[in-house]
Design a protein around this ligand. Structure first.
Ligand SMILES: Cc1cc2nc3c(=O)[nH]c(=O)nc-3n(C[C@H](O)[C@H](O)[C@H](O)COP(=O)(O)OP(=O)(O)OC[C@H]3O[C@@H](n4cnc5c(N)ncnc54)[C@H](O)[C@@H]3O)c2cc1C
Length: 388
């Protein structure tokens, strides 16, 4: 068995699978991916049918990153022959006095030349009668938003990484990392592997992986959940008749057209309780579910119906909810990414950025907003702002 590689990727969730794919396009058989559980397991952050993808973001760094994200997914689609993004259009809706002002989104999109439409409640209900909105509600519609097909996209990344010669091994946890000079050694129960550059994409296990390098940052792992509803008329929520949507307030709710199951999906963003990746449970949180049902009954009543199922999932939240995409300080041959509970849409692009950092030590875009040594990540008890 080959034990020495140019590049090792620790973790094959959304981001790690993206990194393995982009590295494999340049380095083929010199890429090893190590996953602690079976590939496609549901204990992390990246499974399920759908994640929202959107250009609509609160600052220009994310809007520009989102443009590149579409480009990265299209490359994957072209090379794999698998569709992984479905455009449905996206609606950000809020009351005029919301805690997540739509103006920051307007400003960021305008600065990045992204077109969007301002819609009042009447216009929204005219286009999508599935909504029941009062006059004090407005919306932003952006036509490129849609669904990133999470499980499918991960499988496409993995398929193409393997087709390019990469080795992806499941059920192999990395239990220690040692860097020395030009070499990184990763220890597993099945023996050690060495490489020139290590990519860490450990999701909710990030602090454990960083801990092997003597580093810890203030991350909060929360247990989130999403619910599929058997709407009476699921066809009213077909992707060509109903957009992805986000209720831009605290609490923040979001949802999807009928996709992957026989009815629409809805959830609360960052509404889950703190947990850890190793001690979390998979039980439904009834209060959280009630909040989603109450929201739907008020604003999208036709989406409510018997529950098809509720699925739990984890967020790994930085206090400012900004990503980490960086070289680990003091360990030039280790790069890391952490998704902050909104990274799936960027998984291929973050994988591309990680591959650039690993291949050349540099990236094609400015990664300053995502550095590991930003002040808030050095605080012991930083203020948290999960609503953007
Ligand atoms: C309910 C929910 C809804 C979401 N909605 C959206 C959305 O609409 N749009 C969006 O863009 N994002 C969304 N996100 C966020 C997005 O899904 C995550 O940011 C993204 O999937 C993170 O991927 P990851 O690869 O960092 O983590 P993970 O998918 O958890 O992958 C980490 C992997 O590393 C492995 N690993 C960890 N430690 C080791 C080790 N020591 N050795 C070997 N393997 C290891 C783990 O087993 C795991 O497979 C949502 C997340 C959830 C939970």
């Amino acid at each position: 068995m080959k034990r020495n590689y140019e590049y090792i990727v620790l973790g094959l969730g959304g981001l790690g699978s993206g990194a393995a794919y982009w590295l494999s396009r340049k380095a083929g058989g010199e890429v090893l991916g190590l996953e602690q559980y079976e590939i496609g397991h549901v204990r992390g952050e990246s499974q399920d049918h759908s994640r929202i993808i959107r250009l609509s973001y609160h600052n220009t760094a994310y809007v520009e990153l989102a443009k590149l994200a579409y480009d990265a997914w299209h490359t994957l689609e072209r090379e794999s022959g698998d569709q992984v993004v479905l455009k449905t259009g996206g609606l950000d809706i809020a009351k005029h006095d919301t805690k997540i002002p739509l103006d920051t989104y307007r400003t960021a999109m305008s600065a990045c030349n992204v077109e969007y439409e301002d819609l009042d409640a009447d216009e929204i209900m005219k286009r999508w009668p599935q909504f029941t909105l009062s006059d004090d509600i407005e919306g932003l519609f952006q036509e490129d938003s849609g669904i990133a097909m999470a499980a499918r996209a991960n499988a496409a990344h993995q398929k193409m990484a393997r087709a390019n010669g990469a080795t992806l091994i499941d059920n192999t946890p990395v239990t220690n990392i040692v860097t020395s000079g030009d070499e990184v050694t990763v220890e597993t129960p099945d023996g050690t592997f060495t490489c020139r550059k290590l990519v860490i994409a450990a999701g909710p296990w990030s602090n454990r992986a960083l801990g092997y390098l003597g580093m810890e940052i203030p991350l909060e792992v929360t247990r989130e959940q999403v619910t599929y509803f058997a709407a009476q008329h699921p066809e009213d929520f077909a992707p060509d008749r109903f957009p992805v949507w986000i209720w831009m307030d605290d609490p923040c709710f979001y949802g999807f057209p009928t996709f992957g199951e026989a009815g629409p999906k809805a959830a609360q963003d960052a509404g889950g309780k703190p947990t850890t990746a190793d001690t979390r449970d998979f039980e439904v949180e009834p209060e959280n579910l009630r909040g989603v049902e109450e929201f739907l009954s008020r604003y999208i009543p036709g989406a409510l119906g018997p529950i098809i199922y509720t699925k739990t999932c984890l967020y790994t939240l930085t206090p400012d909810r900004d990503f980490v995409i960086d070289t680990v300080p003091g360990h030039d041959n280790v790069v890391v990414a952490i998704g902050a509970g909104h990274a799936f849409k960027f998984a291929s692009q973050i994988g591309r950025l990680l591959s650039e950092l690993a291949l050349t030590g540099e990236s094609t875009i400015d990664l300053e907003p995502f550095v590991l040594d930003r002040p808030i990540l050095k605080m012991r008890n930083p203020p948290k702002n999960y609503m953007q």
